[in-house]
Design a binder for this molecule. Structure first.
Ligand code: 13P
Length: 268
């Protein structure tokens, strides 16, 4: 059984003080929700402060990006070694990084490998743009992004610590985030998202094997709210959500996580 997963990607929002306030507002309630893995991904400068607040709770920490080298003369970059001290997860290949910062499939692939090699679990983002969707190219784009990002990755990873297993399916999460649904208020439908996630699982099955593809958690992301989470969580194929804007509101994020947990427990 795949454990449901909900992560909040705060993007470039919150100062350190605001991040601490937001965690304070939601932590107790999040902590009490069982049956779902919960992850907060604040900006880099808040990671240390938030990690101290999350200590001893059931909520995990993720970063929003990293560079693929472990150290050296790369001014302004953050390495997997640095993140490893506070984070369990790292979002990689987000469409905003691909679009605004020129991240290619090859760069994303190097980052995925570097994260796994350094004991961080990637939340790998893939998704087609509006024009690709309208041109009927969703399948082609998703196939290319997943295959490229996972080139030379798995099915086993070198295990570096006791909490890391060797099966890459347990050390990686994929998020399907159609670019046209991000920040637009126009979420995909549950059926649309489930169909593409099924496709992602079939690509992964070809790369690794069917069992590992069944083990891998695949999320939906793009305008997820407390009002529409049920539509996604009720699809057996969708293992949870990567939430942007709605994760910046304590009340709403708690409600998303709660609904996801309840629905997944109900549909088993
Ligand atoms: P929104 O939930 O704001 O649409 O953002 C989704 C996203 O990009 C999460 O990574």
């Amino acid at each position: 059984m795949r454990i449901p997963f909900v992560a909040g990607n705060w993007k470039m929002n919150t100062t350190v003080a605001e991040a601490e306030k937001l965690v304070l507002e939601m932590l107790d309630r999040l902590d009490r929700i069982e049956g779902v893995e919960k992850v907060l991904c604040p900006p880099f400068v808040s990671l240390v402060a938030v990690s101290m607040m999350l200590r001893g709770s059931s909520v995990n920490l993720g970063a929003q990006n990293m560079y693929f080298m472990t150290e050296g003369a790369y001014t302004g970059e953050i390495s997997p070694l640095m993140l490893r001290e506070s984070c369990e997860f790292v979002i990689l290949g987000h469409s905003e990084r691909r679009r605004h910062f020129g991240e290619t499939d090859e760069i994303v692939n190097r980052k995925v490998k570097a994260a796994l090699a350094n004991n961080l679990k990637p939340i790998l983002c893939v998704g087609e743009r509006l024009e690709e969707n309208e041109a009927g190219k969703t399948e082609e784009v998703i196939n290319r992004q997943v295959t490229a990002a996972l080139d030379g990755v798995g099915p086993v990873v070198p295990s570096r610590s006791r909490e890391q297993t060797e099966r890459v399916s347990e050390n990686l999460v994929i998020a399907y985030e159609p670019v046209w649904a991000i920040g637009t208020g126009k979420a995909a439908s549950g059926e649309q998202a489930a169909a593409t996630i099924e496709l992602i699982r079939s690509v992964v099955a070809k790369l690794w094997d069917g069992n590992m593809a069944q083990e891998l958690r695949i999320l939906y992301g793009g305008s997820v709210t407390g009002a529409n989470i049920a539509e996604f969580a009720s699809q057996p194929e969708i293992d949870g959500a990567l939430v942007g804007g709605a994760s910046l509101k304590a009340e709403e994020f708690v409600s998303i996580v709660k609904h996801a947990a309840e629905i997944k427990a109900r549909i088993g």
